[in-house]
Design a protein around this ligand. Sequence first.
Ligand code: SD4
Length: 306
Amino acid sequence: FRARPVVVSSANGLRGVKVAYDRMQTGEDPLDAAIAGVNIQELDPEDQSVGLGGLPNEEGVVQLDASCMHGPTRRAGSVAAIEDIATPSLVAKAVMDYTDHVMLVGVGAKRFAKAMGFKEQNLLTDKSRQDWMRWKARLNANDAWLDHDDDIKIKFTTGTINMNAVNTAGDIASVTTTSGMAWKVPGRIGDSPIIGAGQYCDNLVGAAGSTGRGEANIKTCASFLAVEFMRQGLAPQEALMKTLERVVAMTETRLLGPNGRPKFDLEFYAITKDGRYTGATLYSGGKFAVCDERGARLEDAAFLYR
Ligand code: SD4
């Protein structure tokens, strides 16, 4: 068996897919390679959706979620609502490698990370603190949870990084890492650390992962669902479109607009064992990053609604 190696991620992983692809070419494990790819965003203070510089919760505290899966050994690891550690993707992998568990949360996750030698640091940059204060200053009694000013909405819906990689042996890995929804209720956990929602990988089939409104994803176990559709023989794009249709079908009425369409966006990324790939979003205009033998680039995502 010889696969076509490829790495696919959310658009903010344009630099990361290249790093991951190049590392796989030197024989590095696909999960280590993908994590090295997402580490770039985690450690970049300019990326306000993940790791250092991530937008905080409503109390101004940065709480991070991440999970990963390693196809060849059928293992998974995850951390949720972890504070003060810039690279939760690596902590998720440490949970996978060094514990008998899959998921650690909050203070326990942080204590574990420190015991594993991760450095504790303040993740709230000046820029993110100022954005948080600006948001706080505008709060008023009439605010609805879903009703945000446009500029703030952008930050609400951009970001998170999911990356999926397959090497020439057809070994597959996936990882997702995020600071979650900006201004979330403290303790809120999104889809990113949930195995089967934020990402999922099955070495016989492929991998899928997600960014966007995590609540919608959790309810549909959508990354698992996408991999299951591919297992049934659907091409990656068909699999992601059917997954998006399920998300719409499971959307509660209060989140549907007058046209019956969700008021949020959700994005999926997928690869197959033989190296096919795609990205798909609820609404048109989305891009995803890919790197293969032709180099790293952004491609247009398929979509359900224009
Ligand atoms: C979450 N899925 O915490 C993440 C947020 C995200 O683009 O992807 N934003 O729900």
